[in-house]
Write a protein that binds this ligand. Structure first.
Ligand SMILES: Nc1nc2c(c(=O)[nH]1)N(C=O)[C@@H](CNc1ccc(C(=O)N[C@@H](CCC(=O)O)C(=O)O)cc1)CN2
Ligand SMILES: Nc1nc2c(ncn2[C@@H]2O[C@H](COP(=O)(O)OP(=O)(O)OP(=O)(O)O)[C@@H](O)[C@H]2O)c(=O)[nH]1
Ligand SMILES: [Mg+2]
Length: 463
């Protein structure tokens, strides 16, 4: 589909964030991009300048002759452009008014407002990038850590696409071989030979898909952040811990129990692991109306968490509430933190270890910093075994890709069980072809229009 020549109208959008800034970019793409820009630009004759040049001049409203802004205009002619179409970028003074007026002028002189992601969609439809690369553009913009940016960048460079293409090619090769065997049988046992070929390839491709899927858990965390709930009784130091991990005094900390009344959410980068950190109101029985709602929300955050940091105050004896929390979080991935170890201790570390079970307890003092580094290491190791240093660069980070890989793996299982059950080769072929199709949806080689529309609609405007 990426090879078909399609006619596109000329689109325009503001490609920089809305609001005040030093410079804003209004971007145009399509056959009429140059002509549209020329209608509102006074300066050098843009139709005569070399491609890939930037040109000083003014934007003038041709209907009123009014000067709108002083600008620099980049002229990039097809095909060596972001969309493979003619692209014009107007670099204007940042600020909402001038930028919007320029966009409006372009819209009334030949361009249409781009849909979100439409520039990137064109890069895909015109064959410059595949679908996984287009999706990587968005991941790159939303990346929260160096590592997640690197993974997205590799995907943008086509690493995942390359891997998927290899898998598809291998399947195609074996399907072609099967056809030949069926059409020109050279041996009597051609059926056995052919099923063996299919079986071996199904096993091989399935194993390679499994490798990719094994990166998915990490990949998803890199993309979305690990939902981490800090829970514990009131006043144990939850908000202090959040502030410490953030390196910022975000949450209010006081010695009054019940200080945090609502759930606070912040992204932090702990040794390369992006955490979506949720500070919660201390969980306990309360009659205070506001606090009660906070406690309910804490319980919800707890239920939604990928990781629980359960904080216990070592300077006070364990209470029933502590014990209940230890019990209710037992099935979650959790780290138990024995805090306030700078004060005289009322909780014995060894006893607590025993009570908690397998999980190591980390003794900390947010006040003196003791144990904090150990805690950060533990969080990082729990999920990645030190992903920051890992060499894996091809990672599956995208829920759509994960779903398709799982389905393809299932189709390969069907190939194998079909063969085991002695199904005729042409039926087995169908499952093998299905695996090939499903993998093609990742790269967009076989993909439905609605899916494209839905995917690109999640993009930023002007991207
Ligand atoms: N001003 C500006 N900055 C930008 C972008 C943009 O569109 N405009 N980009 C938008 O995301 C990113 C850069 N990405 C780009 C990717 C490909 C091509 C491009 O023209 N590719 C051609 C030719 C490459 C070449 O000259 O060798 C191609 O691949 O055929 C341009 C930008 C980030 N910075
Ligand atoms: N000595 C000592 N005090 C601490 C430590 N961590 C927190 N505190 C103090 O304990 C008090 C409560 O801390 P917060 O972080 O507000 O506790 P919280 O768990 O968020 O409390 P609520 O929001 O009320 O549930 C504050 O006075 C903190 O300064 C610690 O490690 N040692
Ligand atoms: Mg608090």
């Amino acid at each position: 589909m990426s090879q078909t020549i399609t006619e596109f109208d000329t689109i325009a959008a503001i490609s920089t964030p809305p609001g005040e800034g030093a410079i804003s970019i209004v971007r145009l793409s399509g056959e009429e991009a140059l002509a549209t820009a020329e209608r509102v630009f006074k300066g050098r004759d843009l139709s005569k300048v070399a491609s890939h040049t930037i040109n000083y001049g003014h934007i003038i409203d041709p209907d009123t002759n009014e000067e709108v802004d002083e600008v620099m205009v980049s002229v990039m002619l097809a095909p060596k452009t972001f969309t493979r179409e003619d692209v014009i970028e107007i670099n204007c003074h940042g600020g909402i008014v001038a930028t919007n007026r320029i966009l409006q002028l372009l819209l009334s002189h030949g361009a249409r407002l781009a849909e979100p992601g439409e520039f990137t969609k064109r890069a895909f439809l015109n064959g410059r990038i595949d679908l996984s690369q287009a999706e990587a553009v968005m991941d790159l913009i939303r990346a929260k850590t160096d590592k997640s940016m690197k993974v997205a960048l590799n995907q943008l460079d086509g690493d995942l696409a390359h891997l998927i293409r290899n898998l598809r090619q291998d399947i195609l090769d074996v399907l072609a071989q099967v056809e030949v065997n069926i059409d020109y049988p050279e041996y009597d046992d051609v059926e056995t030979m052919t099923t063996r070929l299919l079986l071996e390839k199904a096993k091989d491709v399935k194993a390679r898909i499994a490798d990719l899927l094994s990166t998915a858990q990490q990949g998803k965390v890199l993309r979305e952040g690990l939902a981490t709930a800090i829970v514990g009784r009131p006043n144990v130091g939850k908000s202090s811990l959040l502030n410490h991990l953030l390196h910022e005094d975000k949450a209010i900390v006081t010695d009054v129990a019940g200080t945090t009344r609502d759930v606070i959410e912040e992204y932090v980068n702990v040794k390369g692991v992006p955490l979506k950190l949720v500070d919660t109101a201390g969980i306990h029985d309360t009659t205070d109306k506001v606090e009660k709602i906070g406690v309910e929300r804490s319980k919800q955050a707890l239920a939604a968490a990928d990781l629980v940091l359960l904080v216990i105050n070592g300077s006070e004896p364990l209470t029933d509430e502590d014990r209940t929390l230890i019990e209710t979080t037992a099935d979650s991935k959790r780290i138990v933190i024995l805090n306030k170890t700078d004060l005289p201790q009322q909780v014995d570390l060894a006893d607590l270890q025993k009570l908690v079970g397998d999980d190591a307890v980390i003794a900390t003092s947010v006040l003196t910093n003791a144990g904090m580094d150990q805690l950060e290491d533990k969080i990082a190791n729990l999920f990645f075994g030190g992903i920051e240093n890992s060499q894996t660069t091809v990672m599956v980070t995208n829920a759509r890709h994960i779903g398709l890989l799982n389905q393809a793996s299932q189709a390969l299982d069907d190939v194998m069980s079909g063969i085991a059950a002695g199904m005729p080769v042409d039926l087995v072929q169908i499952d093998m072809t299905r695996a090939w199709d499903l993998l093609g949806e990742i790269t967009g080689d076989s993909v439905q229009d609605e899916l494209l529309t839905q995917l690109f609609s999640q993009f930023c405007l002007g991207k």
